[in-house]
Design a protein around this ligand. Sequence first.
Ligand code: HAM
Length: 432
Amino acid sequence: MQPLPGFRDFLPDDCARRNYVFAKWREVARRYGFVEWDGPVLEPTELYTKKSGPEIVGQLFNFTDKGEREIAMRPELTPTLARVVAAHDRDFKKPLKWFSIPQCFRYEKQQRGRLREHFQFNADIIGEGSLDADVESIALCIDLLRGFGFGAQDVVVRVSDREFWIDFLRAQNVAEEKWQETLQIIDKSEREPRDKTAAKLGPLATPAFEILDGKGGSEKLDRVVAALRARGLADFVQIDLGIVRGLAYYSGVVFEAFDRAGKLRALAGGGRYDNLIGQLSDGAVSLPSIGFAMGDVVLGELIDEIPVAKQQMENAIASGRNLDIYIVIAKEERRADALAQIQSLRDAGFRVDYPLTPAKVGKQFQTAEQLGARVAVLFGDEWPQVRVKTLASREEQLIGNEESLAYLTSLPSLSSRAERSGVEGSRGPTDR
Ligand code: HAM
């Protein structure tokens, strides 16, 4: 039995990678003052048919439930966020800075970088219409990527403005009901031959290509780049009016993050959506908003391609996963004493493992090494003393079992466990 096409099993190594990515997302989001929230996986289909646009709606995993309700699995989080924020408008002081890590489901063709489920880090600023919020959002996107070990030589955030294109469509007398379709053509133009795009655009082709080729600037985007320059992040951004975004609700600045080599699909995407909350709440609540989402699939592909990022991940996973202490039971008569001590060591916060069934001493030491234990403690003939062996240096110390907890706590190689990054659910004091 295989998983469904586009769905993943997460074996322990995959889970460790996923936890690393989630921990980094959370850490950087908190540095920016964002707080975590979440919503339901299932929503009324109508939440998406109303405003996300045809692309997402065509990709819905949807069904009719036993109560005859039309239901969809969330393809993205933004409509849920808009619904939740409108419902709780009075409960929170604005602006909100909220982040979330939903699993999202899209019934699309499986290909490199695109699956039918993925995890998405979302960060949104709600209730702030100034360009400073746009800059803060893009800066967070860049700092997340920096957090994974990428430099400006590895990634770029391409920034554009949906409003610029709306003004263009107005100036070209394009009827409003054609805007969305035209924006989709422009959004796809980079991925298809020019003559094909030209045929779809008709008389708009020449002026649109002039803009796409860099003729025509945007004072708003220049200000965004200047503000990012002041933060030392300008090397990571590039103005590119070819970015329009597929989702229908964007209304202003939009952006997407890519690998510099241009080999992969977008790492992240987002922008300003000042009208969505108003539209979904039928005008009851209106709040300017900006945000973006970064997916785990393309991010994982890029981490594997960039050695520094890969090494950083592997180090974090190893330090988060390794055992502190392996208990070697050399004499089965000592098993009960060993188990009592294992309990105390685990209560003290150490990661401890031991052989569940009798095994040769050599085999037990081998297991200790494989599990990355720093120390092995041998329960055997020397009882009531135990033999503590630091595995890296091979140093050994015979110590009374009663004193061994205090001794192990004082070992420098074990006290460093407090410095772990929080990967794999470590309970160290740095895990705020
Ligand atoms: P999106 O561009 O549709 O935006 O998705 C954001 C990111 O999620 C993409 O750049 C990509 O990395 C990842 N992603 C999307 N679909 C898939 C897929 N099928 N397989 C793997 N990864 C995928 C949104 O979803 C907006 N709601 C983001 C947003 C938040 N805008 C404002 N706030």
